[in-house]
Design a protein around this ligand. Structure first.
Ligand code: FEO
Length: 174
């Protein structure tokens, strides 16, 4: 594996791990606030990001590189509001998508087609995660200051009756 690709993949490992910590902090905050549905959703998001990190670690090592396991910054312990949490979720996912796009560029420039192929999975995952974050953020904006609305939203998220991933999300190249 070329050094430049290895470096870019290791940077992505750190970003996925940092995302997992960030969402774990949101899950914990929501749990303390008594928002069990939001908390469960964020714990799941955190697990998914950890899985994204591990998938990269395995790939780098199996392709003859060396994955570097990073330390992480301490994420925030407090969030202003539920709206703030979901705004941060969306803006963070948009940044991760940009980072994956840059990774694609590096693979193409270095003519590393196996890694380019591997990264396609992350591109489609990002499409889904951004769509999910947008759907939820739209709902939270509709609720506004309505406490009863927030209660129902949280309960629906807990019972998974909110469809967070559009069925028509299409993976790139599919
Ligand atoms: Fe794995 Fe949502 O970035």
């Amino acid at each position: 594996m070329k050094a430049r690709v290895e470096k870019a993949l290791n940077e992505q490992i750190e970003k996925e791990g940092q995302s997992s910590q960030f969402y774990l902090a949101m899950a914990s905050w929501a749990e303390v606030e008594g928002l069990n549905g939001i908390s469960q959703f964020m714990y799941k998001q955190s697990d998914e990001e950890r899985f994204h990190m591990l998938k990269l670690v395995k790939f780098v090592n199996e392709r003859g590189g060396k994955a570097i396991i990073p330390g992480f910054e301490t994420p925030p312990a407090e969030f202003e509001s539920v709206l703030n949490v979901f705004e941060l979720l969306l803006s963070h996912e948009i940044k991760i998508t940009e980072s994956i796009n840059e990774l694609v560029e590096v693979c193409l420039e270095e003519k590393d087609y196996p890694t380019h192929n591997f990264i396609q999975w992350y591109l489609s995952e990002q499409l889904e995660e951004e769509a999910s974050a947008r759907t939820i953020l739209d709902k939270v904006k509709l609720i506004g200051e309505d406490k009863a609305g927030l209660y129902l939203f949280d309960r629906d998220l807990e019972n998974a009756t909110i469809q967070v991933t559009p069925a028509n999300t299409v993976a790139p190249g599919a």
